[in-house]
Design a protein around this ligand. Structure first.
Ligand code: ADP
Ligand code: MG
Length: 658
């Protein structure tokens, strides 16, 4: 019957296109995802019917979706051999549902600000074809035996025409006659790129064909035998993998598969350290794999990617509403079919269900890490340097995560061994452990005590931020049998700030902040005091620095003469100012006298000599040299000071020759 049915849809070009354009401006290409996934849906439906015996599939039936570009004709075609549609179904599902869906979408979002995007632009579906096409045709044949093929076409998505079609074989063929601005979608590379982005793991095999290339091929292959041509055809591979690893049960996956999947998806040829396979059916459906990537250097910005899928259809990368922010430092895939996608991002943010998903993921990650700490501490330590920035960031960002992780945070010490804070403190001083337990038992009292007693003893954790610059201090610590932890990453300063804030008894001090205090010997305080007064006066005079702080300390290691210490507070302040680039000219000198202290070792021969000969003329050269030596191992000398230091060193050598 050549009957043609015409109709108009309750959509006008004036009302819908400006709005769709606004929404789709940056992600024009999602129409490909929508049309391919509709084909997959149609096949999934048919498979289900076949399972329940409502459809008798021929044995050799191979379900597939085909995507065909024709750059000459400027068309893009999608074919599936799924459930198909009768004329009535086209009326219902396309003319009514798809179009009213688009209309509802439009009405919902026309007044919203552009930041309030809906995730992955869900909700437009079939209608998104009109983003890129002037004309769209549908040719469909229902799987129901004896059905009549139907042809549908629409220009601009406003009026439609339906007639009897000529489609053979069940399924649907949708052809887009691309508009002038969208010819790119008849280009092989462009379309393959989009298929790769959105369709890589859709659950049905998807094949791509370039109609123009296909026509040329026989010309080249004229001399080839037919058989070869046939073999070639068999080689054609789907563009997607319909059975992604995350969809399998963890028991069915081996390490090589996990690594291969990682390489393939993230194009990262460094092997991941380890991974977590999420597999949950209840109370919601969630599957995925999270990889801990290897970080090249400590200065590498860690930038992960979490790809979000909905039933194997790619939605978007790094959706912060669903995935806890700190997890975005990882690389991974998450497939959550239950996710409400047809809502705006801000609605998603306030969605209790989404919060549950996010909490679940974060809990799983913490479980994996704490489990590893308990049962495989060797590997946990091996990976620590790579994973610790991530863990520390997680602790700063997510209280529940921090709660779970706090006992398995480890620190590398001066012997390159890994210790927890309690382990460090125990080694440092057994008595400190006790005071810590008291805090835990009764925090209120501890706070009161602290308020009344300013000299409350803190558990000091000494740390190193630069093993080279701080090597002198490290050696002294080692000599004295003291330990310190290595904290070299950017995240460490905020992390220790937060540890201190959460535990008033713990105090972190950089190794050069209070060496004297840390390494004190047993000499009588009174004797030192006398020496201190005399030497302070002398050094201030010789160096012409009135405000110079001088401290004479009894340091066991007698070979150390002098050093500069900078109080932890002043240093943190300076670091902060540097970070906000407020530091600059004058800072060092102004700060001097407040934070920096010249420490002289009472056990050192040179210091003793200066003290014993403080009235002699040549003692000046000792004072100056001791000061410069201390300065040099603290930070680079200024040019003027450097010149003087070199001249003086030469003079000292000259004297040796006499
Ligand atoms: P959704 O897929 O979310 O339902 P769409 O606008 O993408 O919304 O499609 C509307 C409806 O049109 C589908 O639910 C389906 O019934 C029908 N449909 C679209 N494409 C196909 C197809 N390739 N084969 C069979 N039915 C289809
Ligand atoms: Mg759809």
């Amino acid at each position: 019957m050549g009957n043609v049915e015409k109709g108009s849809l309750s959509i006008t070009s004036e009302n819908i296109f400006p709005i769709i354009k606004k929404w789709l401006y940056s992600d024009h290409d999602i129409f490909i995802r929508e049309l391919v996934s509709n084909g997959c849906d149609a096949i999934t439906k048919l498979k289900k019917l076949s399972l329940v015996g409502e459809y008798n599939a021929p044995e050799d039936e191979k379900y597939r979706v085909d995507v065909i570009t024709d750059a000459n004709e400027k068309t893009l075609t999608f074919i599936d051999n799924g459930i198909g549609m009768t004329a009535d179904e086209v009326k219902k599902y396309i003319n009514q549902i798809a179009f009213s869906g688009a209309q509802a979408f439009m009405e919902k979002y026309k007044d919203k600000a552009s930041e309030d995007q809906i995730i992955g632009h869900f909700g437009l579906g079939f209608y998104s074809a009109f983003m890129v096409a002037d004309k769209v045709t549908i040719d469909s044949l229902s799987y129901v035996e004896g059905s009549e093929p139907v042809h549908w076409e629409s220009e601009e998505g406003i009026n439609f025409e339906m007639s009897t079609g000529d489609k053979e074989g069940h399924g649907t063929k949708i052809t887009l006659y691309l508009n002038e601005d969208s010819y790119e979608f008849s280009n092989e590379y462009r379309v393959k790129e989009v298929l790769d982005k959105y369709c890589s793991f859709m659950p049905v095999e998807i094949y791509y064909t370039n109609a123009n290339a296909a026509k040329e091929e026989p010309k080249e292959a004229v001399v080839d035998e037919k058989k070869e041509g046939e073999e070639k055809k068999e080689e054609i591979k789907p563009v997607n993998n319909p059975n992604p690893l995350w969809a399998k049960h963890p028991n069915e996956c081996n390490d090589d598969e996990y690594k291969e999947f990682y390489r393939h998806v993230f194009h990262d040829y460094k092997e991941p350290l380890f991974w977590i396979h999420l597999n949950m059916d209840y109370p919601f459906n969630l599957k995925g794999i999270l990889y801990f990537p290897k970080i090249n250097t400590e200065y590498d910005a860690i930038e992960g990617t979490i790809k979000l899928y909905n039933n194997q259809v790619f939605i978007a990368d790094n959706i912060k509403e669903v995935i806890p922010e700190f997890l975005m430092l990882l690389k991974g895939v998450i497939d959550c079919p239950d996710l409400p996608l047809n809502v705006s991002r801000s609605a998603l943010q306030n969605d209790g269900f989404v919060k549950k998903i996010s909490d679940y993921i974060s809990k799983k990650v913490a479980d994996k890490l704490t489990g590893m700490y308990k049962t495989d501490r060797e590997n946990y330590e091996k990976y620590w340097d790579d994973i610790s920035p991530f863990i520390k960031y997680g602790c700063l960002k997510d209280e529940k995560f921090e709660e779970k992780m706090k006992d398995v945070i480890i620190f590398k010490n001066l012997e390159d061994k890994y210790v927890t804070l309690p382990e460090y403190l125990k080694k440092d001083d057994g008595s400190k452990e006790e005071s810590k337990e008291e805090t835990a038992e009764n925090t209120e009292d501890a706070k009161k005590d602290e308020a009344s007693d300013k000299e409350v003893k803190k558990d000091t954790v000494y740390y190193v931020t630069d093993k080279v610059l701080q090597s002198q201090y490290i050696n002294m610590f080692k000599d004295a049998g003291m330990d310190a932890v290595i904290l070299t990453h950017n995240i460490d300063q905020p992390f220790i700030n937060s540890l201190e804030a959460k535990n008033d008894k713990i105090k972190f001090m950089r190794i050069d902040a209070d060496v004297a205090g840390a390494l004190k010997g047993e000499t009588d305080e009174k004797a030192l005091e006398k020496e201190q007064k005399a030497l302070e006066e002398l050094f201030r005079k010789v160096l012409n620095k009135e405000k110079l702080n001088v401290k004479v300390e009894d340091i066991k290691n007698a070979s150390v003469s002098s050093m500069i210490t900078l109080s932890e507070e002043s240093r943190r302040m300076q670091d902060m100012m540097k970070m906000y680039s407020m530091g600059g000219a004058g800072l060092d000198d102004d700060m001097f006298g407040e934070g920096e202290t010249l420490v002289l070792n009472a056990n050192n021969e040179l210091v003793k000599y200066v003290f014993d000969n403080k009235d002699k003329e040549d003692v000046n050269i000792f004072a100056e040299q001791l000061y410069d030596l201390a300065m040099i191992s603290h930070k680079p000398l200024k040019p003027e000071a450097m010149t003087k230091f070199i001249a003086r060193s030469n003079e000292i050598l000259l004297r040796l020759t006499k």
